[in-house]
Design a protein around this ligand. Structure first.
Ligand SMILES: [Fe+2]
Length: 268
């Protein structure tokens, strides 16, 4: 499938040298065609202001959205944290805040579609969401879940099983960032066997979370274990970090092209 060019720097491409931002969105195919805007939908970011550790205010939020729009994204899905003890956001509260935000956003005249999902922490507090069965979902009944960064919650496998049992598709956010799994890649295989999809955090690639995370991200890419990719942007300084990512054959592997480029822009 081919995508039309929606980027902002055509002159950089015609000069034969890609600007760093543009390199995020361009890949030359062997047959000479170009895949552009393969990341048309961002399914992980924290630009809904004032609800978690993401954008602090409306202005920062708009800066992030405007830049992603300029980069060629056509749809952005906010995924604020739902994390008991830290960000006890209920789905209904987030919907209310999102609707308030949209009312102001419409006055900004930015041509992009916005949507709301959430990033659910898999720990003790997640059980109440399972019981309520009221989730803020990504498309196709996907639930974006994260595991604790330092130590896994002992019951996470059971909770993932229950997510599947209720007919949802768990998507594990940034699996490369869970240091306790680095020494034992079988743990990743177990998540795969449990039916999870993996979502790469784009900023993991440039060492923002350390060399080990970057190296595991490359390893998982080489194994074709990622199906999805997200920016996980929280603020304007991370927005600048996108500038330093050099995407290459590792990133644009067949799994990501197949699962990110083709079905998602047409299926959402
Ligand atoms: Fe996140």
């Amino acid at each position: 499938m081919r995508f039309s060019f929606l980027g902002t720097q055509p002159s950089a491409r015609s000069s034969g040298r890609l600007q760093p931002y543009q390199s995020l969105f361009v890949s030359d195919h062997a047959d000479g065609t170009t895949v552009i805007n393969h990341l048309a939908v961002d399914m992980h970011a924290h630009w809904l202001p004032g609800v978690d550790d993401g954008a602090k205010d409306f202005q920062e939020s708009i800066e992030i959205i405007r830049k992603l729009s300029e980069l060629g994204y056509r749809k952005l899905i906010a995924t604020p944290h739902i994390m008991s003890g830290y960000y006890d956001n209920s789905p209904s509260f987030l919907i209310e805040r999102f609707e308030d935000f949209l009312r102001k956003f419409l006055l900004e005249n930015i041509d992009i579609e916005l949507a709301l999902a959430a990033e659910y922490m898999i720990d003790e507090g997640f059980k109440k969401h399972l019981d309520s069965d009221f989730f803020l979902l990504l498309p196709r009944k996907m639930i974006l879940i994260e595991l604790p960064i330092l130590n896994a919650y002992a019951g996470y496998e059971e909770l993932i099983f229950e997510i599947k049992l209720k007919g949802y598709q768990p998507v594990v956010a940034h699996p490369e960032r869970y240091g306790y799994m680095h020494a034992d890649l079988e743990k990743y295989e177990q998540l795969k066997d449990a039916g999870c999809l993996f979502q790469l955090n784009m900023l993991s690639l440039n060492g923002q979370y350390g060399k080990n995370v970057a190296s595991i991200a490359r390893e998982l890419l080489d194994r074709n274990w990622y199906e999805l990719v997200g920016t996980d942007l929280h603020n304007r300084s991370q927005l600048k970090q996108l500038n330093s990512i050099e995407l290459n054959g590792h990133f644009l592997n067949h799994t990501l092209i197949k699962n990110v480029a083709t079905p998602i822009p047409t299926g959402i």
